[in-house]
Ligand binder design. Structure first.
Ligand code: SF4
Length: 262
């Protein structure tokens, strides 16, 4: 885990679980798998099981120790709703997130059907407002995940459309508050066409949904950058407190104005 993440849309990562199994084409060149294998080779104790699902019991309480509020990406190295993570362990993570409410938590899964099951059948108490629920959708074949996410009673729901590996077509954005788009990065990155990203952006703005363009990706993502049509797109849902935004980021009402100025 790290309290100074390089991921563009978050500030810190918290990994009470590490390891995962591949579930759909977006997983093909999984960054978490590459990292886990590298850390295992380096002899890091947390990654002694490589990419096998491992509960990191001693990290369940970590965000309680971070006094200053942060945007925290939960399980950047795993999927909290993997079938091998028991509901009682997930509940303990939710206890931490409920009580350490100085933070905003970004929980992203490729298994929204299990997230929904947890929310409706196992979660003790209401879904905490500071916990954002998100799902990854890499192409049009996985749009059903958006329907699953819509059923999760979170006050902020978001999509990570990364890696975007095919056109999404029409999106039903009802009940969705934030959409991230990004191309794949890494040695075997699959290309993303600009039209695919624009199509998502334009639908977001028609639906009043904040849009964040993370990166073009590619084998050298620093060179390809994150400019789309002459500007960056760093919009956040209005539920994010203003003091959690940096000077270059905007909550959605401001970003509408910025977008029409250019
Ligand atoms: S769900 Fe996420 S962490 Fe798990 S294999 Fe796929 S990309 Fe990797």
């Amino acid at each position: 885990m790290s309290d100074n993440s390089k991921i563009e849309w978050t500030e810190a990562t918290w990994n009470p679980v590490t390891g995962c199994t591949k579930i759909s084409p977006g997983c093909k060149y999984c960054y978490a798998e590459r990292m886990a294998r590298r850390l295992q080779a380096m002899g890091q104790h947390r990654y002694r099981n490589g990419f096998r699902v491992t509960l990191q019991e001693d990290l369940v309480d970590l965000p309680r120790k971070w006094k200053e509020g942060r945007r925290i990406f939960v399980n950047s190295m795993s999927d909290l709703f993997h079938a091998e993570v028991p509901f009682d362990f997930i509940q303990r993570c939710f206890d931490t997130m409920r009580e350490a409410d100085q933070h905003t938590y970004q929980v992203l899964t490729k298994r929204p059907e299990r997230m929904l099951e947890f929310a409706l059948e196992a979660l003790e108490g209401p879904w905490p407002p500071q916990v954002w629920a998100g799902t990854s959708v890499e192409n049009a074949d996985y749009k059903w995940r958006i329907d699953m996410l819509r059923g999760v009673p979170a006050s902020t729901r978001f999509l990570s459309i990364e890696p975007l590996i095919g056109p999404m077509g029409n999106l039903d954005l009802e009940g969705i508050h934030w959409v991230i788009v990004g191309g794949e990065s890494g040695p075997q990155a699959r290309p993303m066409e600009a039209e695919w990203a624009r199509e998502v952006r334009d639908q977001c703005h028609e639906a009043g949904v904040a849009f964040f363009f993370k990166q073009w990706g590619g084998t050298r993502k620093k060179l390809t950058g994150r400019i789309l049509d002459g500007r960056t797109w760093d919009e956040y849902p209005l539920s994010l407190p203003k003091n959690r935004l940096t000077s270059s980021e905007t909550s959605f009402s401001n970003s509408i104005r910025l977008a029409t100025q250019v």
